[in-house]
Design a protein around this ligand. Structure first.
Ligand code: BTN
Length: 320
């Protein structure tokens, strides 16, 4: 209902309560109530006794009406569950992904303004106050489970491109899924899935971008390694615009991946790589390997050249 009112308010400078009531088939009191709801979530609307209501400004909230407005994707973001405050968008997305048969389609998003228990990789916490982009995408790719690392790499490229488009800042990608600016983390990606031997049942890709967060707000233990876009660009970044750019690029690249055209995505990944050519240590859980990162192969695995020149392929691990 608020979405319909917004549509009419955007069309003209002033719209009377009577016209809105007629168009929506509700009473003028009901119109007034909807206007109050919009004001409560940050829309600036003035009311003139003779002319009616006028929309002055919109909040930079990631509400579906704003994110979907002018979003030219085919299926990513066509359905959005917007929950201003929740534990973790990935938790809700995983619950929903199980209900594919009940109309939870590919591309459905869960978006929050704040997460009280944001999840990072390896069971870590992900600090998620107001001002960031915290969202999860539900996917049902008809691909084998071996494609999961490629989905993460592809998402990283989409994040970098979107940030570049909206801020002119060019971040780098630290394998497999950290997005860095000036060596500090600005975005993390958490890919979770359910699969059988040769098919994926569902994938949830969770993306967290530190957009408009003041540096001193970050917990002390992560301050030295964390950065926000606002800090780098010196001004607030429009989150709705950034989210839309990301969703558009994500869909384009995900479509490519489904057509098994990963090599061009990989080329771009390499362009933005922070990892290749460096001497690194990779924690693989049971052991740590040291060597030079020489390549990312067609499966998304990191190829490490050890001191003795032996090449090791690493599908999953963390650079320490
Ligand atoms: C990492 O780098 O450790 C991954 C961080 C992923 C954070 C995002 S925020 C949206 C989504 N919901 C979560 O709980 N986590 C991911």
């Amino acid at each position: 209902m608020t979405g319909d009112i917004l549509k009419y308010l955007r069309e003209k400078e002033y719209v009377s309560g009577e016209v809105l009531a007629q168009k929506l088939g509700i009473s003028r009191v009901a119109v007034w109530k909807q206007i109050q709801r919009l004001k409560n979530i940050g829309y600036e609307i003035i009311a003139d006794q003779n002319l009616g209501y006028c929309l002055i400004s919109r909040p930079d909230l990631l509400i579906p009406q704003e994110v979907q407005r002018g979003l030219s994707t085919k299926y990513i973001g066509k359905e959005i569950y917007y929950i201003p405050e929740l534990k973790s968008t990935n938790i809700i997305a995983k619950e929903k992904a199980l209900h594919r048969a009940e109309g939870i389609n590919e591309g459905t998003l869960i978006i929050a303004e704040r997460q009280s228990a944001g999840k990072g990789r390896l069971g870590r916490e992900w600090f998620s106050p107001a001002g960031g982009i915290w969202l999860s995408i539900i996917l049902y790719p008809k691909l084998p489970p071996s494609y999961i690392p490629r989905i993460t790499l592809m998402t990283a490229v989409a994040v970098v491109k979107a940030i570049k488009m909206c801020t002119q800042i060019e971040p780098q990608i630290k394998w497999p899924n950290d997005i860095l600016i000036n060596e500090k983390k600005v975005c993390g990606i958490l890919t979770e899935m359910s699969a059988e031997l040769d098919i994926i049942n569902w994938v949830v890709v969770g993306i967290g971008i530190n957009v408009n967060i003041d540096h001193q707000k970050f917990p002390e233990d992560i301050q030295a390694n964390t950065i926000s876009l606002k800090e780098v660009s010196g001004k607030e970044v429009l989150r709705v615009k950034l989210a839309q750019s990301f969703l558009r690029v994500f869909e384009k690249y995900y479509d490519k991946l489904k057509r098994k055209e990963f090599s061009s995505i990989l080329e771009e990944w390499k362009l933005y790589s922070h990892t290749l050519g460096r001497k690194i240590r990779v924690d693989m859980g049971e052991r740590i390997i040291t060597g030079e990162a020489v390549d990312i192969n067609e499966e998304g695995a990191l190829v490490l050249k050890k001191e003795d020149d032996e090449l090791v392929k690493i599908i999953s691990g963390t650079i320490v």
